[in-house]
Design a protein around this ligand. Sequence first.
Ligand SMILES: O=P(O)(O)OC[C@H]1O[C@H](O[C@H]2O[C@H](CO)[C@@H](O)[C@H](O)[C@H]2O)[C@H](O)[C@@H](O)[C@@H]1O
Length: 384
Amino acid sequence: MDLKSNHTSPVLTDPPPSSQSRLRVTSLLTYSPPGAVFSPGLFLTIPRKKSGILDDVRACSWLDAMKSSSPPHRKIAKDVNNENASSDADVAYRIWMVKFPSALKSFEQITNFAKGKRIALFLDYDGTLSPIVDNPDCAFMSDAMRATVKKVAKYFPTAIISGRSRDKVYEFVGLTELYYAGSHGMDIMGPVKQSISEYHANGFSSTDKEGKDVNLFQPAAEFLPMIDKVYRSLVESTKAIEGANVENNKFCVSVHYRNVDEKSWAMVAQCVDDILKDYPRLRLTHGRKVLEVRPVINWDKGKAVTFLLESLGLNDCDDVLPIYVGDDRTDEDAFKVLREGNRGYGILVSNVPKESNAFYSLKDPAEVMEFLKSLVFWKNSSAL
Ligand SMILES: O=P(O)(O)OC[C@H]1O[C@H](O[C@H]2O[C@H](CO)[C@@H](O)[C@H](O)[C@H]2O)[C@H](O)[C@@H](O)[C@@H]1O
């Protein structure tokens, strides 16, 4: 998106009223191709009841998406009975890696391409810098990872782009030298170099935790009271479901079902569906064992990457190589932006085969750390 030429708000207008509730296509997809939600032609018309169990067709799609939302880790150790299953998984993973080669093994290729270019780094948080854990409040990154991110940010402009609220992800990472985008890019704290407010009604100047001048960009600002209300409703409606956990991510709400017995997943989906019926300006996306309710606006992690590049003065420059590392479906929007414009590299963190718009892969956060360390080493040695 050309930010300079787009002075309009990214907030989309309400879909036209209908006597029937309409189910957005995105609700049915495991991840939504960017743009899919916004075309009126992509709205399905399905009568929706206010109460009762989820309609069968939607229940199946939601539950399928919920089941596939965070594949179990691949078994490293093989037991005798499982040997065939394990080796099948290994073969499938190796075949997949032909399409998405390891960013570590392809490091020379990446740095050859990066020669003479300025790298800009974009890092997702959960599952990328910190391992996936049962309790979202305990997804701490290791001190070693923090030290590595700190080093990497010395050499390359670095931003964290997370589904968490910006405050929460800052609390986890704790590095003032980075840029932060929370709520899947709907809450960006960026540099003042190029005034964001100059281009967008939703941008304004502020100061960070250290009193440094920054620009804030919140394209979904008008949704704040609605999201807060929805958060409280979901806390209330899911409280009887053992293990369900609702997280307020400021401009979106996450309903976690990782610790809910699979038999009760339909109940979790029902609570979310009831909310979506009441709030047509909100939509659903799927994450790793999490249902996320967010505003229907034309904004995502991909747009956040473009926005940050623009505000860093690095957009549309032939000598800039953006690299985005992420593990989640919401990161695909960013991978797609980099791939489509042939602008940079997406690196998918996954230890199982997944369809993706990324170019390369890394197995887990440990490999992410190794990759970041290699970048620092390469930069140091190429400066000699
Ligand atoms: O964009 P991200 O930084 O990857 O954030 C996406 C969501 O991550 C968190 O949930 C995931 O990680 C949790 C901790 O490991 C895990 O328990 C949960 O099952 C995962 O879905 C976070 O809690 C969500 O709010 C983020 O939207």
